[in-house]
Design a protein around this ligand. Structure first.
Ligand code: BTN
Length: 240
């Protein structure tokens, strides 16, 4: 089990690990904050959470040049979190590429993976936010949910964190590049590939279906019968 340090309040657990180099030597060292005052999401968004939720970040020390690949680390962390949450929620849970977890059409969890350099060595800081016992159903006009909203009963946050770190350690311990067929199949089963997604390409909004992952974890999509690869940015679910 990794060392877990719980702090009453920080701006962001990712920021805390980024600015405290003394923690950078310990693989999977985890900082949990009861309260975050400036939680960050991907693409400069904010991450809002309450004291009833789970916000934590851990250090990941890539063991080889393969495991220095940031999208692969995010994908593996996402699948590990998905596995643990699926045991609790049982159904209607989906990964939204690259790093969100949705229950039906509402966001339940997100991951922010960042890279820092220690001399020549790459170090990753993986931050995870899960809505656990809060009761909101919208944040900034976007639909969100929590484990409490889904289960109608509170979840033990400390035990959840232990289960998550256990699964994350196992999953990140087995990263491969190229991705294995087994990984790709499990990942494809974790997304809602019956539905359409959309993404801006310049100022045009294109609709697509997800058809697979490349060997390095990029998204393979079908836009009007044409195969395209999406490497970054944001994709949105289309509700019909
Ligand atoms: C996203 O959905 O865009 C990613 C959200 C990541 C939020 C977590 S909460 C713990 C860690 N600290 C942060 O400031 N962000 C991540």
């Amino acid at each position: 089990m990794p060392e877990i340090i719980t702090l009453p309040e920080v701006d962001s657990t990712n920021n805390y690990l980024k600015s405290n180099k003394e923690f950078w030597k310990k693989n999977f060292l985890t900082i949990r904050a009861i309260r975050q005052t400036k939680g960050r999401g991907r693409l400069t968004k904010e991450w809002f959470s309450t004291e009833r939720d789970l916000t934590f970040s851990f250090v990941y020390l890539p063991q080889t040049t393969i495991t220095e690949n940031l999208p692969l680390v995010t994908l593996h962390s996402g699948l590990a979190i998905y596995r643990v949450l699926l045991k609790i929620v049982e159904k209607d849970l989906y990964i939204k590429w690259p790093n969100d977890i949705y229950y039906k059409e509402s966001k339940l969890a997100g991951i922010l993976t960042e890279l820092v350099m220690n001399n020549e060595n790459k170090i990753m800081i993986v931050g995870i936010g899960i809505n656990v016992n809060s009761k909101s159903d919208t944040i900034d006009n976007r639909p969100v949910t929590s484990l409490f909203n889904i289960l109608k009963t509170p979840v033990h946050i400390e035990n959840l964190l232990l289960d998550l770190m256990d699964e994350i350690e196992k999953t990140l311990g087995n990263i491969t590049a190229p991705l294995t067929r087994k990984f790709k199949t499990e990942w494809m089963n974790s997304i809602n590939n019956k539905i359409f997604y959309q993404k801006y390409q310049g100022s045009t909004l294109v609709e697509f279906k997800i058809t697979g992952l490349t060997d390095l974890g990029e998204l393979v999509v079908d836009v009007d019968g044409t195969r395209q690869i999406i490497r970054d940015g944001e994709i949105n679910l289309i509700s019909r």
